[in-house]
Design a protein around this ligand. Structure first.
Ligand SMILES: C[S@@+](CC[C@H](N)C(=O)[O-])C[C@H]1O[C@@H](n2cnc3c(N)ncnc32)[C@H](O)[C@@H]1O
Length: 212
């Protein structure tokens, strides 16, 4: 039998949090058609769990409720909800079938909730931290995520090495967002004011006419 996943928890010094829910979640993601193209369990663990937790300390720096936009099979939101049980984590997912899969995990994770819908169609929610991984091109992801954040809060995008931070900064400035110092693999945007009139734009427009 495999040992349960271990998550280092710096808030409890060297304590570790063990979680068999994460092991069962990973198995379920692989076993459920349409959630991931990954087939190899070790690769799935790296991409869906380890990559999500690479952002844990960064997320922890900022206060408030957390939303994971375009959560898909539940990453990074589910690993973050397990690692940060005192924080409310909302998974926002546009595809109904995926949202139904995500809903199953709310029974055992009391800080987790699921919203089925598109980011552009949500009323302003005032989250403290909005995260997104592999949601869309970073300027588009920034446009979708910033309106959901309260003033002073942040968007954290998981990005690849080719991401153009300047383009994201340019898009963000048009919707009250400012690029913050960001560790490799992430783009952090601070919400500096109210979302300007006209945003969020209608579904489809951000991709068709990106802000940068
Ligand atoms: C490539 S998947 C990434 C899933 C997960 N974050 C990951 O890293 O594996 C992108 C997900 O975003 C969802 N999505 C795309 N556009 C969205 C939008 N505007 N609002 C909410 N979810 C969206 C899709 O349905 C899909 O599940």
């Amino acid at each position: 039998m495999r040992a349960p996943s271990r998550i280092a928890s710096s808030s409890c010094s060297l304590a570790t949090l063990t979680s068999d829910v994460l092991d069962r979640w990973l198995e379920a993601v692989l076993a459920t058609p349409g959630l991931t193209a990954l087939r190899d369990p070790a690769e799935a663990r790296r991409v869906l769990l380890d990559d999500a937790l690479a952002g844990l300390e960064l997320v922890r720096r900022f206060d408030g409720s957390i939303a994971d936009v375009g959560s898909g099979g539940g990453t990074p939101g589910i690993p973050l909800a397990v690692a940060l049980p005192e924080r409310e984590v909302t998974l926002l997912e546009a595809e109904r079938r995926k949202a139904e899969f995500l809903e199953r995990w709310t029974d055992e994770l009391p800080n987790l909730r699921v919203v089925w819908g598109r980011a552009e169609e949500q009323a302003a929610k005032g989250y403290g931290v909005v995260v997104a991984k592999a949601l869309a091109q970073p300027p588009v992801a920034a446009e979708w995520c910033l309106p959901l954040v309260q003033e002073g809060g942040v968007v954290i995008l998981w990005v690849g090495p080719s991401a153009n931070a300047e383009a994201v900064a340019k898009a963000a400035r048009k919707i009250a967002g400012e690029l913050e110092e960001s560790p490799a693999g992430f783009i952090v945007l601070r919400k500096t004011g109210e979302t300007p009139p006209g945003f969020p734009r209608r579904p489809g427009i951000a991709k068709k006419r990106p802000l940068a």
